[in-house]
Ligand binder design. Structure first.
Ligand SMILES: *Cc1c(COP(=O)(O)O)cnc(C)c1O
Length: 498
C-alpha cells in the first residue's frame, strides 16, 4: 500500500515513511492510494476475532512494510484487557432497543484518544529501534491529547516527550494525570500563558528547521495517519457486536472536533463495512455541522471559538477535514489544494454548491447536528434517570444528535469518547452528584507532581530539549552498547518504570 497527499503529491511512500511525519511536503494530509474492499466472506471471518487480531487484520491491509509477525505482536501488546479494562476492549452498553454506547474510553487516560495513541507509542518505538533513531516529541495540550500522548510514550525507548500546557488551566484531574507521571522520558512544561502561547512555541520550534533536524523534533497530532487507521478498527468491532449477520446495517454517532474519529468511520464505510449513517455531532462550535447543512466551510477566529463544557470539541477548524473533502471531490488534488491551501488561508473558508455537497449524504452517509450546554445537561440527566447510565459531556453531544437521526430497524451506536469523571463539574451541575473515580485512579490527585514552570519563551523551551539531549549523549558515551530490542523489558502502559 502506498500513500499520497490530498494536495496532489503522489510520489510513492509506504506506511513507515509517513508514520513519523506530519503534513506531506505540499501541505496536504496523507491518505492511502485506495481503500481495500472487505467482502462478505472476510467480514464473516473477522466476526469472531478478538480485538487485537481484528486490529492486525485491518492494519495489514494498509501496512506492508512491517513483517506480519511483528505487526501482530504490536497489536497484541497494545490491545490488552490490562490496559483497556475488558476483553472486548470497546464493549457496547445497551441503552434501549437498537441504541447503544460503544465504550472507547476505558484506556489509561479515560478518553478515546488512548485507542490510537497506545498503538502509536508501540509503532514509534518499533520503527525508531529499527532505524536506530530517536525522537523528541514536542506538543501543546489543553487536556486530552497531551495526557494520552504521555501515557502512550512513557518508558518508551528512543522517545522523549516535551508537553507544553497552560499553567493552571487544565482541569485538576487532567493536571494530576499528566504531572504525576514520574517517567524520565516525560517532560511536563507548564507555560505561564494560555493554550495559544503553548501552540505558538511549538510552531516556532518546529519552524526552526535546523533545530528541528538536529534534535529530531516530531509530533503526535491528530493528522497522523496511523492514529486514524487505529480508529478504523473499533467501527468494525462495534458493528460485529451490534449485528448477527453481514446483511444488517448500523449507524454511528460521533462527537466531533478535529474530524479524526468520524474520518475513521468514513474509511471503514469506504472499505465496505455496512454503515448506514455517520452522524456527526458538534457542540456550539459548529463549523462542521454548518458544512454538512449548507456546504459552507467557514473557519472560526479565536474570538468566535467558544469555551464549552465539552472542551475537547472546541475547535475553530477541523484539521482532518481535508481528507474527507478530497474524497468528496473525487480525489481531485488540485481542487483540494485550491480550497485548503489557498481559499482557507486567504479567505477563511470556501463554499461548495448543492450538487457538490449532495454526495456527502447520499453517497457517504453523513448527517449532522449540534448540541448546546443546555442540551448536554438535559441529555446527561435523562440518560441517568431512564437508563441509570452516567455519560460525559462529549458523549452527551453525540447522543443528543443521534436521537435526531434514528431510523427504525437500524441500530445506532453512540461513541463514548470520555468518562464522566474527567468533566466532573458539569456532571454535578446536571445530576447534583459527583461521578465515580475508577478504582485504578483513586488517589491520583494526591500523588507527587513532576513539572517545570516556564515563561512563554521559545528559547527557554529549546534549552530544555538541548539539555536533555546533551545528557543523553553523555550517558551514551559512558555506556556505548545499545540494548537489543528483544531483551528490553516492556512495560504495559499505565505501569511504567518510576
Ligand atoms: C478529541 C476528542 C473529541 C473529538 O474527536 P475528533 O477526532 O477531534 O473529532 C471528542 N471527545 C473527546 C472526549 C475527545 O477527547
Amino acid at each position: 500500500m502506498n500513500y499520497l497527499s490530498t494536495r496532489g503529491d503522489s510520489s510513492p511512500r509506504g506506511f513507515c515513511d509517513i508514520l513519523l511525519e506530519g503534513l506531506a511536503p505540499d501541505g496536504g494530509l496523507y491518505l492511502p492510494t485506495h481503500y481495500p474492499q472487505v467482502d462478505d466472506a472476510t467480514l464473516s471471518r473477522w466476526r469472531g476475532l478478538p480485538y487485537a487480531h481484528l486490529a492486525f487484520e485491518i492494519l495489514s491491509l494498509y501496512i506492508d512494510d512491517i513483517p506480519p509477525a511483528d505487526l501482530k505482536r504490536l497489536c497484541e501488546q497494545t490491545y490488552t484487557e490490562a490496559v483497556f479494562g475488558t476483553p472486548q476492549i470497546t464493549p457496547l452498553k445497551r441503552l434501549d432497543d437498537g441504541l447503544y454506547l460503544q465504550a472507547l474510553s476505558n484506556g489509561p487516560t479515560l478518553a478515546f484518544k488512548d485507542m490510537a495513541m497506545q498503538l502509536l507509542g508501540n509503532l514509534f518505538e518499533y520503527e525508531l529501534a529499527r532505524r536506530g533513531a530517536h525522537l523528541n516529541i514536542l506538543g501543546a495540550t489543553s487536556g486530552d491529547t497531551g495526557s494520552a500522548a504521555e501515557y502512550a510514550m512513557r518508558g518508551k525507548h528512543g522517545i522523549h516527550v516535551f508537553m507544553l500546557s497552560p499553567r493552571g488551566r487544565m482541569s485538576p484531574f487532567q493536571q494530576a494525570q499528566m504531572f504525576s507521571l514520574q517517567d524520565k522520558n516525560i517532560h511536563n512544561i507548564a507555560v505561564e500563558g494560555v493554550f495559544d502561547d503553548c501552540q505558538d512555541i511549538v510552531k516556532a520550534v518546529s519552524n526552526d528547521l535546523d533545530f528541528k533536524r538536529r534534535y529530531a523534533i516530531g509530533t503526535v497530532n491528530s493528522i497522523n495517519w496511523a492514529r486514524l487507521l487505529a480508529q478504523v478498527v473499533y467501527y468494525f468491532a462495534g458493528y460485529f457486536q451490534a449485528t448477527k449477520n453481514n446483511g444488517e446495517r448500523v449507524s454511528f454517532a460521533v462527537p466531533s472536533g478535529n474530524f479524526g474519529n468520524i474520518c475513521a468511520g468514513h474509511v471503514a464505510r469506504s472499505m465496505g463495512l455496512p454503515i448506514q449513517q455517520l452522524v456527526l455531532a458538534t457542540n456550539e462550535n459548529d463549523v462542521l455541522d454548518e458544512f454538512f447543512r449548507t456546504g459552507a466551510y467557514r473557519v472560526r477566529g479565536a474570538k468566535e471559538t467558544i469555551e464549552t463544557s465539552s472542551p475537547s470539541m472546541d475547535i475553530s477548524k477541523a484539521s482532518n477535514f481535508e481528507r474527507f473533502v478530497f474524497d468528496l471531490l473525487g480525489r481531485d488534488g488540485a481542487l483540494t489544494a485550491e480550497l485548503f491551501g489557498t481559499k482557507v488561508t486567504r479567505e477563511g473558508g470556501f463554499a461548495l454548491g448543492p450538487a457538490e455537497i449532495a454526495p456527502a449524504a447520499s453517497r457517504f452517509g453523513f448527517v449532522s447536528g449540534r448540541s448546546t450546554h443546555a442540551d448536554r445537561l438535559a441529555t446527561i440527566r435523562r440518560t441517568w434517570q431512564e437508563h441509570g447510565v452516567m455519560i460525559d459531556t462529549h458523549t452527551a453531544d453525540g447522543l443528543k444528535v443521534a436521537l435526531e437521526h434514528r431510523e427504525a430497524g437500524v441500530p445506532m451506536l453512540v461513541l463514548e469518547t470520555a468518562l464522566p469523571v474527567k468533566f466532573a463539574a458539569t456532571i454535578e451541575e446536571a445530576l447534583g452528584r459527583k461521578p465515580e473515580t475508577p478504582a485504578a485512579l483513586a488517589g491520583l490527585e494526591a500523588l507527587p507532581r513532576r513539572f517545570t514552570v516556564m515563561p512563554p519563551d521559545v528559547d527557554a523551551v529549546k534549552r530544555v530539549i538541548q539539555a536533555q539531549a546533551a545528557g543523553a549523549e553523555r550517558r551514551a558515551a559512558a555506556k556505548p552498547a545499545p540494548i537489543p530490542l528483544g531483551d528490553r523489558q516492556r512495560y504495559p502502559a499505565g505501569e511504567g518504570p518510576t
